[in-house]
Design a protein around this ligand. Structure first.
Ligand code: NI
Length: 176
């Protein structure tokens, strides 16, 4: 079990656009080690998701999943999902706000508007294609983690004239 340190807001690596994983890296020891480290680090930190750049690897890989988690008692379960080179498309114009936090932005949470429904596709660690149409919290997690791959952090998405609430005021939300 390898728990990596999570980069924090202010680290320039969090602002980079991560690179696609090359096809010949699928199934490689390097990629499989990255996935193991993401899984172990997310579990140790009780996150709902984690993106590779958060542990300093600028590849387009994210992990998320939630079962019963004391940090998110009201969040619906999401199966553990690993996405390589994900692409996502909002399915309607409607946005809804919901609480988000981030392991790279400790101590802050905020209500962030996101597309309510979306379709995503990606490769799995064994090179299969995965496609899902999701909504609500699942859609929010994908957008949050996907943002990390483009160098975007949730405070960038704050509506104008809004500010992050203290963490103790937050209820459930994404943290990754
Ligand atoms: Ni995050």
């Amino acid at each position: 079990m390898v728990v990596r340190s999570v980069l924090l807001l202010g680290d320039p690596r969090l602002r980079e656009r991560s690179l696609p994983v090359p096809p010949d890296a699928i199934g490689s020891p390097e990629l499989n080690q990255l996935i193991d480290d993401l899984r172990d680090t997310m579990a140790a930190r009780e996150g709902a998701g984690l993106a590779a750049p958060q542990i300093g690897v600028l590849w387009r890989v994210v992990i998320f999943g939630i079962t019963h988690n004391r940090r998110y008692p009201e969040a619906p379960p999401i199966p553990e999902t690993i996405l390589i080179n994900p692409e996502w498309t909002p399915l309607d114009e409607e946005q809804e706000s919901g609480w988000e936090g981030c392991l790279s932005v400790p101590g802050r949470r905020a209500q962030i508007p996101r597309a309510r429904r979306l379709h995503y596709q990606a490769l799995t660690p064994d090179g299969q294609r995965i496609q899902r149409t999701v909504e609500g919290f699942h859609a929010r997690v994908v957008q949050h983690e996907g943002d990390h791959l483009n160098g975007v952090l949730f405070p960038d998405r704050l509506p104008p004239a809004d500010s992050a609430a203290p963490q103790e005021d937050a209820e459930t939300g994404v943290s990754g």
